[in-house]
Structures are given as structure tokens and as C-alpha cells.
Design a protein around this ligand. Structure first.
Ligand code: FMN
Length: 337
């Protein structure tokens, strides 16, 4: 069994405040991208908590835990477990899970412990229809009782690993004054609050006043749960500002990472460095996910890395035609010395 960094300690308690967290982003912050982020941000002094992409506890239950030897499940199992791959340099790392079934949540949390994660996070903010239809993700903001049961079940399965929650401020409107106390009642180690409602998706600017209110509510209840603010944060300097204004213990960055694995540090890369790292990222993606993920998943990264300079549009168009890492290297080589 792989050992967590914490060795029985709650790593959240050891973090220097305000700390940074790398947002879970399905098909973006996969093991390949996270690996380049860890390499290049940490090389320049970056420190942060890593979250995996969200993973279905129900999927894990049926593809891995209940049917470990069934041939038909091999592909599904490989795909799901690929989401839980990580390198030692990514620690502290938290496995993000979604479900509406406490029993499956418990089992998935216990699998995360076995795999050596440092914590377990429950997604209670995803607006995806297929997730909400199961009663999971943002649908839990309408079901406080089940949300509490899921946290308790995860704690049960995770043993000494800390359990956290990532959610939004409300479903159709601001529900912080009821939703937050309901979560705090079962004492998760940390709550990441995306400063928007479910209804707002990502269509309006994140409202960091909500984060300040959340910190006040937490303090008024005497809770020791950490509050992590999230929404529209560009870089480390911006994160520090947001933490200061809101009083949040930590700040999570998502889309600010696109095309810039150095974002978790203060370093500003040159265009040449970015393009070399894009080659490395693409090669790593191919190595990690051959036969698991379509190479097309890399395309969103091409548009993020290659922007803001003369000829970027033409270069992006050439990259979009590529079908493997060797072709990407060939195309980019003409721009590199
Ligand atoms: C492509 C994409 C995938 C995402 N996948 C997840 C996910 O798996 N789990 C989760 O909790 N949030 C997910 N999110 C939400 C982000 O973690 C974050 O809350 C949101 O992007 C707001 O932060 P930002 O403005 O810093 O990007 C995703 C967001 C994006 C853009």
C-alpha cells in the first residue's frame, strides 16, 4: 500500500496560509498536465494542494471494487483508475470523488486511502446534467441531509485521511446562510467555495463577497474547517490579493492554469519555454493515456499554450491537424531554436 505524505496527520493543518490549490478540471488537469505543472511550478518555488479530476464512486464500485476479475470491465476500470494516477511530486494530493450513494462514497474513499492519496474531496458543485441526474454534484446543494451523509460515509472509508468538499454558494440563489452551516455541522477538513451559484454556471464574474461572508459564517460558528475561495483567479499575486480581501485560508486556481504550467509560481515563461513544455506535455499525454484517451483531448491545450503572438493562429491551425506527439514536435520545431 502506497503511503500518504501525512502518515496519519491532517495535512490541511500543516499548510502555511494563505495556501494555493490546483482546481480539479475534468480532461484538463489529468495526470499528464498535473505532472508538468508540478515540475515547472515547483521548480520556481510554487507550493499548492493538488486535486485530481472528479471520479465517479459508482463507476469505481462497479468497474473495480465489485467486479475485479470481470473481463468486460477491464477497459472501464483502466479508464477510471487512470484518473487516480499521480506522481510523488504532486503531494499533497487529494482524490476528488462524486456520488449520491453513501456506501459507494465510503468504498471509493477507502480505495483513495489504499492508493496513497493525502485526502479525499467530494464534488458538490458540478452542474453537468449526467452528474446531477444521479443526485450528485450540484444537486446535493438541494439535499443537505444526503450531503451530510456522504461526508460522514467518506470519513468512515477514508480512515485517518481528511475529507473535504468542493461546492458552490447556492443552487438558484445564495444559500450560504443555510448550506454552509449544514456542511460545517459534519466538520469537513476544508470547503472549497466556487463563488457562483449553480444557475450562474461560469457565465457571470465570480463574486468574492460570498467568500468573505462564508469566512464570517464559519468564524461565527467556531468551526475549524478551512475555507478555500475559488473563481476567476489569474495567478499567484491575484490569489494573494483575493485571500487578503476575503480572509480565505486558501485560494484555488482553475482556468488560470490553461497554457501555463508555471502559474502556481511567480515565474513568467518565455514563448520558447512554453512551446518546449507543450512538446513535453504532449509526449507525456501520449505515454500516460495511449489507448485510454483520444489524442483530441490535447487540442484544448494547444489553443491555450499557443496564443498572444504573431502567427499564433496559423500555428494553432497546424497543431489541430496533428494526430500524435511526434507530429506536434515537428510542427513546433520550426518555431524553436
Ligand atoms: C474544463 C473544466 C473542467 C472542470 N472539472 C471539474 C471537476 O472535475 N471537479 C470540480 O470540482 N470542478 C471542476 N471544474 C470547476 C473548476 O474546478 C473551478 O471550480 C472553476 O473552473 C472556477 O475556477 P476558475 O475560475 O479558477 O477556473 C471544471 C472546470 C473546467 C473549466
Amino acid at each position: 500500500m502506497r503511503k500518504a505524505i501525512s502518515n496519519g496527520m491532517n495535512f490541511w493543518k500543516e499548510l502555511e496560509k494563505p495556501f494555493l490549490a490546483l482546481a480539479p478540471m475534468e480532461d484538463v488537469t489529468d495526470a499528464a498536465f498535473r505532472s508538468v505543472i508540478a515540475k515547472y511550478s515547483k521548480k520556481h518555488g510554487g507550493k499548492y494542494v493538488t486535486f485530481t479530476e472528479f471520479t465517479s464512486a459508482d463507476g469505481l464500485e462497479f468497474a473495480c471494487l465489485r467486479a475485479p476479475h470481470r473481463q468486460a470491465d477491464e477497459k472501464g476500470k483502466e479508464k477510471l483508475l487512470a484518473k487516480f494516477r499521480f506522481g510523488e511530486n504532486e503531494r499533497p494530493i487529494v482524490a476528488q470523488i462524486f456520488s449520491a450513494t453513501p456506501e459507494y462514497m465510503k468504498n471509493a474513499a477507502s480505495l483513495a486511502k489504499e492508493l496513497g492519496f493525502d485526502g479525499v474531496d467530494i464534488n458538490m458543485g458540478c452542474p453537468d446534467k449526467s452528474v446531477e441526474k444521479q443526485g450528485a454534484g450540484a444537486a446535493l446543494i438541494k439535499n443537505y441531509k444526503l450531503a451530510q451523509e456522504l461526508i460522514l460515509a467518506a470519513k468512515d472509508g477514508a480512515g485517518d485521511l481528511p475529507v473535504s468538499v468542493k461546492t458552490r454558494v447556492g443552487y438558484d440563489s445564495n444559500q450560504l446562510s443555510e448550506w454552509l452551516p449544514a456542511l460545517l455541522e459534519v466538520a469537513p477538513a476544508a470547503i472549497t467555495l466556487h463563488a457562483r451559484t449553480r444557475k450562474e454556471l461560469s457565465k457571470v464574474p465570480a463574486n468574492w463577497e460570498y467568500i468573505r461572508d462564508a469566512v464570517k459564517i464559519r468564524d461565527s460558528l467556531g468551526s475549524s474547517t478551512l475555507i478555500i475561495g475559488n473563481g476567476d483567479v489569474r495567478d499567484v499575486a491575484h490569489a494573494r490579493e483575493r485571500a487578503k480581501e476575503s480572509g480565505a485560508d486558501g485560494v484555488m486556481i482553475g482556468r488560470g492554469m490553461f497554457g501555463n504550467p508555471w502559474t502556481m509560481s511567480d515565474y513568467t515563461p518565455s514563448l520558447e519555454e512554453k512551446l518546449w513544455v507543450l512538446i513535453e506535455h504532449t509526449q507525456l499525454f501520449e505515454k500516460e493515456f495511449k489507448n485510454i484517451k483520444s489524442f483530441a483531448t490535447m487540442r484544448k491545450h494547444f489553443s491555450s499554450y499557443v496564443e498572444g503572438f504573431r502567427g499564433a493562429k496559423e500555428l494553432r491551425m497546424q497543431l489541430m491537424e496533428c494526430e500524435n506527439a511526434a507530429q506536434v514536435k515537428e510542427v513546433l520545431k520550426s518555431h524553436l531554436s
